[in-house]
Design a protein around this ligand. Structure first.
Ligand code: GLC
Length: 417
């Protein structure tokens, strides 16, 4: 689709209708996974209360990476076509360094502190880069363990606390069900952003991290743990054999089709699996914290999507106003109910209607608050590429732990020196 031609056609049409001079159209970009249908309803509400402003929702990119690839093209050419852009929680530092986001401090003015103080701290940390507000949070996210409540009940098993429990329960159910399509456990394994968390969650679970005092810290026994865990899950037949091809939304599709016992995935899966017409698992899903290793330390990856005003927008002041509306408790509640998007406001987790739609939000708030961030650096793209491609190579059987870890060390040592 040629966006410029479309915009021109729309402008000409509105001139013909005599409205060109009174109307601002703000164009917001979102990925398909972030529920553009819900964004449209929110935009309709904003249009009702903001005469003279129309919102166009543009959708592109099935994964966080595909979205950013498209945006790279638009932004490096300084194209003014987009006014507001939904960006993954890992990107504000990169956007700040590239000069793609209009800092929002001046638009928040005297409200800056008041606005920032309403959010969970992790989202202030993610969106304020070198003292500047690069974006405001739209919704929070974290990885959870989704499980088939009905099958666990049938085999008298409780939600697993450790990865060993998970493996044992999955094996018992798979043997009992004798269903060729039923897999034990799935997590992202394709060379995409989500696979970074497939590596980090077990690493953090061992109490370790990629860096220590700012220096690369992969020369440790703990750095091997994620490979060892995935290797054991694969050997036991519990992990999907094609995990190297599994991207984020595929996990939801497989869970919804009734083909998965356990999944490590994000908040949005709840709403889709309970409400989509084709879901085979309505009322059959439970959500819990991710299992921990034997050491008992659970961990999860923080996620979520932020709203940035494009540095090349021709409507920055109007765009900033729209962003403030989108980043409000009112909109957070709408998203929580319509899409199980986790709130960035602690108060919204206590809302009765929100809890009725998402009973598991009762324990989700503290999980989000203690979830860990992927490395924060303007060079995040290299970090992500390195981790995900090596984890993917291990999962696909083309690299051993030693080779994958050695390659990660080589590529990451110049980033964290
Ligand atoms: C979810 C998370 C996001 C993460 C992505 C990976 O959308 O909110 O932070 O990077 O999944 O697939």
């Amino acid at each position: 689709m040629n966006i410029k031609k479309l915009v021109l056609a729309a402008t000409l049409a509105s001139i013909a209708a005599g409205t060109a001079w009174s109307q601002t159209t703000l164009r917001i970009f979102t990925g398909g996974q972030q529920r553009p249908d819900v964004m449209r309803k929110i935009a309709d509400e904003y249009e009702k209360r903001t005469p003279g402003v129309k919102i166009a929702v543009e959708v592109g990119g099935a994964t966080s990476d595909a979205q950013q690839q498209y945006l790279n093209t638009v932004l490096t050419s300084k194209d003014s076509v987009l006014d507001v852009v939904l960006i993954d929680v890992i990107r504000p530092a990169q956007w700040a360094a590239a000069g793609w986001a209009e800092p929002l401090d001046a638009y928040l003015g005297a409200d800056r502190q008041k606005v920032l103080s309403q959010y969970m701290k992790a989202y202030v940390d993610a969106n304020v880069v070198n003292g500047k507000v690069i974006s405001l949070p739209y919704f929070a996210d974290a990885q959870f363990l989704y499980y088939r409540k009905d099958l666990l009940e049938k085999y008298k098993r409780s939600a697993p606390k450790t990865w060993d429990d998970l493996m044992e329960t999955a094996q018992i159910i798979m043997q009992g069900e004798k269903n060729q399509n039923l897999r034990g456990f799935e997590t992202a394994g394709a060379p995409i952003e989500g696979t970074v968390c497939t590596y980090l969650v077990p690493l953090w679970g061992e109490g370790s991290d990629i860096t220590k005092n700012g220096k690369l810290n992969l020369d440790t026994p703990e750095a091997r743990a994620p490979f060892q865990l995935m290797g054991r899950l694969k050997q036991s037949g519990v992990l999907s054999p094609n995990v190297g091809e599994i991207a984020t939304d595929r996990i939801r599709i497989n869970m919804q089709a009734g083909n998965l016992i356990f999944a490590q995935t994000w908040g949005y899966v709840w709403n889709r699996s309970q409400n989509d017409a084709d879901s085979q698992v309505k009322g059959k899903i439970g959500v819990a914290v991710l299992p921990s290793s034997k050491t008992g330390k659970g961990a999860t990856c923080i996620g979520g999507w932020q709203l940035a005003v494009s540095a090349f927008s021709k409507n920055k002041a109007e765009a900033a106003k729209f962003v403030r509306y989108l980043s409000s408790p009112e909109v957070s509640k709408m998203q929580a109910i319509a899409a199980s998007h986790l709130p960035v406001f602690p108060s919204v987790y206590k809302d009765k209607e929100v809890l009725a739609a998402n009973p598991w939000f009762e324990f989700a708030g503290p999980i989000v608050e203690t979830a860990k961030a992927r490395p924060v650096t303007p060079r995040y793209q290299e970090v992500s590429d390195t981790i995900r491609s090596n984890m993917n190579a291990y999962l696909s059987g083309t690299k051993t732990t030693d080779v994958a870890l050695g390659d990660m060390q080589k590529r990451l040592s110049p980033v964290f020196k």
